[in-house]
Design a protein around this ligand. Structure first.
Ligand SMILES: [Zn+2]
Ligand SMILES: [Zn+2]
Length: 179
């Protein structure tokens, strides 16, 4: 097996310790992986702020554009293949019921101009020990609904403190009694 001498530390090491580089004669760089890593780390430390700023500005400029392009493509697809789009959104909803429920809840809460915070539905499920707060019986994560204890329509917020685990059916019953 071929060896070479590292230009930095002077050790003779097998070629596999030298990173590949198409630009150099035999296809490997002249400093061993350990020395190279040390060098890039130092370089990074010295230029950390520059890199961070660059990454932040890239994200700022590009992610909005990328997001807009994605939305536009999705809209075009929906217009062209409405049936397929509906089927795929149904399938998504079936596979991710809680995600979709959360999305719907947030949209409703925003419409009511009440406070909306990011809600981890799994966390609330665990906090409530997987039991419906209306009847006290267990409910699966998949099937649960999150009940706004103070209804959004009465100024309740979409926040952890105002959300409790409920059966869909118990939730309906509560609503029927309120109305
Ligand atoms: Zn070395
Ligand atoms: Zn219940």
């Amino acid at each position: 097996m071929k060896r070479r001498t590292c230009r930095k530390c002077g050790r003779r090491r097998y070629l596999k310790f030298f990173a590949k580089n198409k630009g150099s004669k035999d296809g490997h760089i002249h400093t061993c992986k350990d020395c190279h890593r040390k060098y890039t780390q130092k370089h990074y430390e010295r230029n950390k702020l520059v890199y961070k700023e660059r990454a932040a500005s890239w994200y700022h400029e590009n992610h909005e554009v990328a997001k807009a392009a994605k939305l536009k493509a999705a809209r075009r697809f929906r217009e062209k293949h409405p049936e397929k789009a509906r089927a795929s959104s149904r399938a998504y909803k079936k596979a991710n019921p809680q995600k979709c429920a959360e999305y719907e809840n947030r949209r409703r809460a925003r419409k009511m101009h009440t406070q909306v915070e990011p809600v981890d539905r799994r966390e609330i499920y665990e906090r409530d020990n997987g039991c419906c707060h209306l009847c006290g019986n267990p409910v699966t994560f998949r099937a649960m609904e999150l009940d706004h204890v103070i209804p959004l329509s009465r100024g309740g917020t979409h926040t952890k403190n105002n959300l409790k685990v409920a059966h869909a059916i118990c939730n309906r019953r509560k609503w029927a009694n309120i109305a």
